[in-house]
Structures are given as structure tokens and as C-alpha cells.
Design a protein around this ligand. Structure first.
Ligand code: UDX
Length: 447
């Protein structure tokens, strides 16, 4: 089929590459000429396992095209995806200016019946707005071209986006138009061959499904972080508790890992946007407000551990930091807990020796390239001359380090672990002071 994707960001590029890989002809449109040129030369703007070869192969095979020319891209398209950003506004709501601008462009250029698919995460009711904007532009042209707007939210996890897009758990289609649903069923037929994965509903329910999914996952994490804080106070170990509750299939093991708070481009933004939507509609979303405030407090945990150990004047203290991205296997640092911890420590006068496998430069730039922040290319090098080690992201390579080398490299062996990577008893046996999240046994030693 002939598909057009507006927005060559994370969601748009992954969706386009996967659809092109199935044999569709996919035209990606972006307003940034430099991004389009870079992609044509094989430079992929994001780090996502498996994406680069897929983009290159399909570009070479002329199934994946990149352009800034919206007019040609819209002409003849059977399906048009809107996959542009919906950043968080100052008041927490989703900023729809890019989505509505694309809708306007589509309305100005549509020449045949097309299904316009909202892939961006948008507040309930945005489908109606997109439809109205396109219709207005078609009316201005004095045309009567038919179109439909479908909500089809994405559920991609960074680091596993290709797999999530190629083998989705579910495909949500929000529309009451049989014609549009027919087109979408055709497009997604390859995903439904072995397994029926498509769930059809009305557009508003589809829009809310996306928020409900992310908010549910964020709620699980904040709940576990709250349990961890209780565990710490009562001298229990949250990792034992996690295993104990995860074995109940109604609860499950997924998304109950306590840590230094959730980050990324989705959970913080989506929880805030749904809070705003609820308030706008006269409902106070008490659980969501707590999810958000528990997370904000959790992001301060790492710095609190450091203060507990060294006090709040950190002049002369050198902290090695391992990992800075909001989670492993991504170069994304948006809303990363590491940024909160590092900026607090830097402000208190600490020197930081940072190692992240991918995002050293981006993290440094985000923190304003201060003089007391150094980046290293090797995790062990970061320890040399450091007093303690702080772990913000659970990259695989940190899971089984040489603890004797850690001990020898640090001035006074102490680990502040925001991801509960190690066993507190082993740390005690090794003589390493170990602070972690909700691990009563380890923390108790410092009472
Ligand atoms: C999320 C959703 O999982 C995905 O379905 C949606 O489409 C976009 O948002 P993503 O932001 O890529 O995906 O990351 P995810 O793996 O969900 O992790 C989000 C954050 O939660 C990370 O900061 C991670 O460290 C944290 N997390 C996750 C926990 O603290 N504990 C957990 O048990 C799981």
C-alpha cells in the first residue's frame, strides 16, 4: 500500500521502517531538511537496536522515502500517519500545535480518499479536532474529498521498538467508519495472520486506552517505590517483597521493579496530561496525582543517600556515576532520574566522573557542561580517584562488575545503587557500604 508518515521522530521512523519492510511504499515527511538529508545518507537520528539496517535496506529498495515535500507525499497516499511530537505544555497538558499543523497540511493537499491515522499520543477528543481542521481546509479549497480519522496509538518501548511494532500485543483501532477500518485491516493484515491482535473501538476510547496503559504502568512503579520506602523504614527488603507478590499471576512480575523513579518521553508526560485532562473535565484524579508526586520524590532518593553518607557539603567529594539514560539500551535522557541526582550533587560542590555507554555527551550538555563534571569512556576509569559510586541506570555491563577492582579504585568503598543491582549481604561481606532502594537490611547499618 502507499503510506505517508508525518514526523520522522522515534514513533514515525520505527512505524515507517516496519511497514516498508513488509513491502509497502512509505514516504516519511519532516519539516527539518537536515534530518531528511541525514536519513538519505544513512544517518539514523536515534539509537534503536535493529532500526539502522532496516531503514538502510528499505531506503535502498525504494520502499522507504524521505522528503520535506508534504504535497507530493499526501498525493495518492492511502494511509497517512500523524506521528509528530506532543510535548508537555507548562500546565502539564499535551501541546497539540504540531499535530494540528500536520492536519492543516493534509487538508490543503489531499487529492483522494485517505485514512488519516493519529499515532501521536493525544488527549481524548483530538481525533475530532484533527477531523475538523482537515475538513475546514478541504472546504476552503471548495473540494469535497472524503477522508476518515482513525486513532491508532503506539505502544513502543524504547530499546525494543522494532519488536514491539513488528509483533504488537495488540493493535487498537478507534473508528466508526467501516471504510477506514477496511483499509486499516488491509494494512495490518500481516500482523494478524497467526494471531488476531486487532481490537476495534470508538475513537475516544482508543485515545484513552493509550493513556490508561501508560498510567497503569506508571502506577505500578510508583506503588512499588512507595512499598520500597515503607520497606526501608520497617527493615524489610523490597526485593524479597517483589518476588513474593510477583508470583501471584494477578499481580505479575512486570513493572514492579523499584528504583530511582521513572523517566523517559512517555510516562511523565502522559501521567501529567491525563491529570490535566481529568481536571479540565471536573474530575480530580487522586491516584494519578499521587503517582506523579511519589515519582518526583523518588527521583530525589539518590542524592539523599549521598547526603546521608557524606553530609550536604560535597566540596572535595568525587562521585563516579554509572549510567545516565532514563533506562538501558537507549540514548534517551529525557526526564532521566540521573539528571536530577547529578545536578543536585554538582550544585552541592561534588565532582562527578560520569560513564554512560552512549549518552555521556548529551548528559553533559543537558547539565550545562559544568567544570566539575568529567566524562569517561570506561566504567572502571570513572572510579579512579572517586570516593563513591552512584548507579542511575541498569545497563547490563553493570550487573556483575569486578567488586575487588571497585573496592581498590574507590577511596572509601561505597555504592549508591538506584537500581538494586547487587545483593546487600555480598556487599557487606566485601566491606562495601551499600545504599539501595528499599533494602532495609543494607540501610539499617546506617541508622
Ligand atoms: C513506555 C511504555 O512501556 C510503552 O508501552 C509506551 O509506548 C511508551 O512508554 P518507555 O518509555 O520506552 O516505554 O520505557 P519503559 O521500559 O516502559 O520504562 C519507563 C521508565 O520506567 C524507565 O525510566 C524505567 O527505568 C522505569 N521502570 C520500568 C521502573 O522504574 N520499574 C519497572 O519495573 C519498569
Amino acid at each position: 500500500m502507499r503510506v505517508t508518515v508525518f514526523g520522522i521522530g522515534y514513533v514515525g521512523l520505527v512505524q515507517a521502517a516496519v511497514l516498508a519492510d513488509l513491502g509497502n511504499t512509505v514516504t516519511c515527511v519532516d519539516i527539518e531538511q537536515s534530518k531528511v538529508d541525514a536519513l538519505k545518507e544513512g544517518h539514523i537520528p536515534i539509537f534503536e537496536p535493529g532500526l539502522e539496517p532496516m531503514v538502510k535496506n528499505n531506503y535502498r529498495g525504494k520502499r522507504l522515502l524521505f522528503t520535506t515535500d508534504a504535497k507530493t507525499a499526501v498525493d495518492n497516499a492511502e494511509v497517512i500517519f500523524i506521528a509528530v511530537g506532543t510535548p508537555m505544555d507548562q500546565d502539564g497538558s499535551a501541546d497539540l500545535q504540531y499535530v494540528l499543523k500536520v492536519a492543516e497540511t493534509i487538508g490543503q493537499n489531499l487529492t483522494n480518499y485517505s485514512v488519516v491515522v493519529n499515532k501521536s499520543t493525544v488527549p481524548v477528543g483530538t481525533g475530532d479536532k484533527v477531523e475538523a481542521v482537515i475538513k475546514e481546509q478541504i472546504d476552503i479549497r471548495g473540494s469535497d474529498i472524503d477522508f476518515d480519522v482513525v486513532s491508532n496509538p503506539e505502544f513502543l518501548k524504547e530499546g525494543a521498538a522494532i519488536a514491539d511494532c513488528s509483533k504488537p500485543d495488540r493493535i487498537i483501532l478507534g473508528s466508526n467508519s467501516a471504510k477506514a477500518l477496511g483499509v486499516m485491516h488491509n494494512l495490518y493484515a500481516p500482523f494478524n495472520r497467526n494471531h488476531k491482535r486487532t481490537i476495534v473501538m470508538d475513537r475516544r476510547s482508543a485515545e484513552l486506552t493509550k493513556y490508561a496503559a501508560n498510567c497503569m504502568l506508571a502506577t505500578k512503579i510508583s506503588f512499588m517505590n512507595e512499598m520500597a520506602n515503607i520497606a526501608e523504614q520497617v527493615g524489610a527488603d523490597i526485593e524479597m517483597v517483589r518476588n513474593g507478590i510477583g508470583s501471584d499471576p494477578r499481580i505479575g512480575y512486570h513493572f514492579i521493579y523499584p528504583g530511582c523513579g521513572y523517566g523517559g518521553s512517555c510516562f511523565p508526560k502522559d501521567v501529567n496530561a491525563l491529570i490535566k485532562t481529568s481536571l479540565d473535565h471536573g474530575h480530580t484524579p487522586q491516584i494519578l496525582q499521587s503517582v506523579e508526586s511519589v515519582n518526583a520524590a523518588q527521583k530525589i532518593k539518590l542524592e539523599e543517600m549521598v547526603y546521608r553518607h557524606y553530609g550536604t557539603n560535597l566540596a572535595g567529594t568525587v562521585i563516579a556515576v554509572w549510567g545516565g539514560t532514563f533506562k538501558p539500551n537507549t540514548d534517551d535522557i529525557r526526564e532521566a532520574p540521573s539528571l536530577v541526582a547529578m545536578s543536585a550533587l554538582l550544585e552541592k560542590g561534588a565532582t562527578i566522573r560520569l560513564f554512560d555507554p552512549i549518552a555521556n555527551e548529551a548528559l553533559c550538555a543537558k547539565l550545562g557542561n559544568p567544570d566539575n563534571l568529567f566524562t569517561l569512556d570506561d566504567p572502571m576509569e570513572a572510579l579512579t580517584g572517586s570516593d563513591g559510586l552512584m548507579i542511575c541506570t541498569e545497563w547490563k555491563m553493570f550487573k556483575a562488575p569486578d567488586f575487588n577492582q571497585i573496592k581498590q579504585s574507590l577511596n572509601h568503598p561505597v555504592i549508591f545503587d538506584g537500581r538494586n543491582l547487587y545483593d546487600p549481604e555480598t556487599m557487606t561481606e566485601l566491606g562495601i557500604d551499600y545504599y539501595a532502594i528499599g533494602r532495609g537490611k543494607s540501610v539499617k547499618r546506617f541508622d
